[in-house]
Design a protein around this ligand. Structure first.
Ligand code: SF4
Length: 262
């Protein structure tokens, strides 16, 4: 069912709009900014506080409804990551209120999809939730990026304070060891951890011990865990490239799906 994504923790990726502004160390070598520059003549025209975001095409939006029909027919939830080329809770003024209203309508009307809304701006989530959010839409997991201890301390309390059917952490690129508060993990709290290293020419090195720590914290809390990739550096810290480094950790693959779609 993976029609539109090379990311191993989702089936498909949907971008309602494109563009963003860097907000934390994980953004330093933003893949999406590089992508934008490549397809916009060398300049990432939609990146930065002064740059307008652009809404994607009607055709792009409509394909999500096709995913939902296919998922309904198959009887298996399809995971949709929103968004890989933007931050869905970006508060930039060029993102019109009707874009968000249309996105919430789309999410509401695609119950066979399990939506993963990932942000580095959890402080903006509450103001942009729809009026009927209640305890959280049953088909939506809210997620935050946690690349280091500072962002863990800043973002985790915010996401825990927002009602949601599921919550997850994307700990990628992991820039140091992060010990998560034990009472933040579990059913009804954060129920899914994803981690991995960085790719690209300027990739920073993550240590194997940091990944093992995340895996063991997930195991101790009995929650789902996915190891996405080593990144450019292998287990011994040698730069061997993303493909050669792969995504096996201690001899096995850790590829739990989002609990909402398991
Ligand atoms: S929040 Fe995401 S899309 Fe936005 S600049 Fe940072 S890494 Fe890039």
């Amino acid at each position: 069912m993976a029609e539109n994504s090379g990311i191993n923790w989702t089936d498909n990726t949907f971008n309602p709009w494109i563009g963003c502004t860097k907000v934390s160390p994980a953004c330093d070598f933003c893949y999406a900014e590089t992508w934008d520059a490549r397809f916009q003549g060398g300049t990432a025209a939609r990146w930065g506080a002064k740059a307008a975001r652009t809404r994607t095409s009607v055709k792009n939006w409509n394909k999500v409804r096709k995913w939902d029909r296919l998922a309904a027919a198959s009887g298996r939830k399809t995971i949709v990551f929103c968004a890989s080329l933007a931050d869905v809770f970006d508060n930039h003024r060029s993102i019109l209120p009707e874009w968000r209203e249309d996105l919430w309508t789309l999410i509401r009307e695609t119950p066979s999809l399990a939506w993963m809304l990932l942000t580095k701006r959890p402080q903006n989530i509450a103001r942009y939730l729809p009026a009927d959010w209640g305890a959280g839409y049953s088909n939506v997991a809210l997620g935050i990026s946690v690349e280091n201890r500072e962002e863990a301390a800043r973002r985790i309390p915010v996401i825990l304070g927002i009602p949601a059917a599921s919550r997850f952490l994307s700990m990628e690129p992991l820039l140091e060891e992060v010990i998560l508060p034990a009472d933040a993990l579990g059913e009804g709290k954060i129920d899914y951890l994803i981690t991995g290293g960085e790719s690209g020419a300027l990739a920073r090195k993550s240590e194997a011990a940091w990944f093992r720590s995340v895996r063991d914290q997930a195991s101790d809390a009995r929650i789902s865990f996915l190891f996405k990739q080593w990144g450019e550096f292998g287990a011994d810290g040698t730069r061997i490239g993303v493909d050669a480094a792969g995504n096996a950790l201690d001899g096995r693959y850790w590829l739990d799906r989002l609990p909402l779609a398991a």
